[in-house]
Design a protein around this ligand. Structure first.
Ligand SMILES: Cc1cc2nc3c(=O)[nH]c(=O)nc-3n(C[C@H](O)[C@H](O)[C@H](O)COP(=O)(O)OP(=O)(O)OC[C@H]3O[C@@H](n4cnc5c(N)ncnc54)[C@H](O)[C@@H]3O)c2cc1C
Length: 377
């Protein structure tokens, strides 16, 4: 939807086709942290998009609220990383990318978050990191597109394939309520998340995007237990403005399966109570799973697909699709419309990356985002 919005703002006429209900897959299922977890452990290509997007979110959220009446509830609550040991790498990264990051000792930690479990002695704090209520962001984007005559959204419409000749996509084959149809198109953008890799296989393109299942749960507290996002041992708690608290998330290789499991329930509950013991008495009101579009090293594919003149991709954002989305959509729209890009597009360029055969041995789920790159100092 953000790609569609960027293209509409650039003057294009856009037809957005969605197999199910719009905004009901990974972008709904995610936690909405507007930062990668342990951001310095990612490649600079992820930081470049994340930082541009973080800076863009406040005006995006307020413009959407003003124009649609739906508040995406961007909440600049801060991110507290309680266990990060690679402080030197983290601080180097923060200096290089001009991100605010402070080292906190125990007194500071408990002054800010008195309900945390005892025993945390040090943390890295990023006070400017926000969370966005992603289901509301999606509703606002949906409404925004509905308000613009140059955008058409067709739900319950599955793209079955593309008709192409001489490297030009001529039409899109779809199934709407069991009826097969096709329509002509000028340019196609594949923004099919975890399904993008399997969709493109039919065109002979081997784009390494695979589903990585994540389960999350939602607590409903009756008062504020936490002021900001806290992260410990790869698990995080996200406070919403109305005292809901999310606990996330699992990382599972389970194909396209989205069922929730008892094992994940117990594991997430244990992690939540280990960080915030009072959650033991707070009801869990929801438990769900979503499919992240995993890509090597968590770097999304953005740009033209090789061998085609009018086919592009914006997918593979793995654990960071919400934070990266505004910058990623802007980059894709710049590339499609031939505008000057704000960041270097090469690290995301499918043509360059698909020429690199080293993907074959790469395990997507084992990316190093939750582990220090180097030994703790
Ligand atoms: C548990 C969990 C927690 C997360 N937490 C965060 C977080 O805190 N911060 C963050 O930045 N990111 C987070 N993420 C990651 C983020 O949610 C994803 O990277 C992002 O939502 C991917 O967006 P997308 O639009 O590519 O995919 P999706 O939102 O999955 O959208 C793809 C859409 O394409 C449709 N589609 C697929 N194939 C077809 C077809 N053939 N025809 C028509 N339609 C089709 C699908 O139905 C779907 O609606 C999390 C993800 C999960 C699962």
């Amino acid at each position: 939807m953000l790609v569609a919005r960027e293209l509409v703002l650039a003057g294009a006429t856009v037809h957005l086709v969605e197999r199910g209900r719009i905004g009901a897959e990974a972008s709904w299922a995610g936690g909405g942290i507007v930062s990668p977890l342990y951001p310095w452990r990612y490649e600079d290509a992820v930081s470049a998009l994340a930082n541009q997007a973080q800076d863009a979110y406040p005006s995006l959220a307020s413009n959407l609220f003003a124009e649609t009446g739906i508040d995406p509830e961007l909440n600049e609550c801060g991110l507290l990383m309680l266990d990060a040991e690679d402080h030197a790498d983290a601080l180097d990264w923060a200096t290089r990318f001009a991100r605010q990051m402070n080292q906190w000792q125990a007194d500071h930690i408990y002054q800010h978050e008195p309900a945390l479990a005892e025993g945390f002695t040090q943390a890295l704090a990023m006070p400017r990191v926000a969370n966005i209520r992603n289901p509301r962001l999606l509703k606002a984007l949906h409404r925004w597109l509905q308000q613009h005559a140059s955008a058409t959204i067709t739900e319950h419409c599955e793209v079955l394939g593309l008709n192409h000749a001489d490297g030009t996509v001529q039409s899109v084959n779809v199934s709407v309520s069991g009826q097969q149809e096709s329509f002509r198109t000028g340019h196609v953008v594949v923004a099919a998340g975890a399904w993008a890799g399997s969709f493109l296989e039919a065109l002979g393109l081997d784009v390494p995007i695979e589903p990585v299942k994540g389960q999350m749960m939602l607590y409903k507290a009756d008062r504020q237990l936490l002021t900001g996002i806290v992260l410990n041992q790869g698990r995080y708690l996200i406070p919403r403005r109305d005292n809901h608290i999310l606990i996330g998330s699992t990382l599972e290789a389970a194909g396209f399966d989205k069922t929730t499991t008892r094992h994940a329930y117990t594991s997430l509950k244990t992690s939540a109570e280990r960080m915030l013991p009072e959650l033991a008495d707070v009801p869990i009101v929801q438990h769900w799973a979503g499919l992240r579009p995993g890509a090597p090293r968590g770097v999304p594919f953005i740009g033209a697909l090789p061998g085609f003149k009018n086919l592009s991709i914006n997918a593979g954002h793995y654990r960071n699709g919400l934070v990266l989305a505004p910058a990623s959509a802007a980059l894709l729209a710049d590339l499609v419309t031939g505008r000057q890009t704000k960041i270097d597009p090469r690290p995301y360029d499918p043509a360059q990356r698909l020429a690199n055969t080293s993907f074959a041995s790469h395990s997507i789920i084992a990316d190093n985002s939750a582990q220090p790159r180097t030994q703790p100092r």
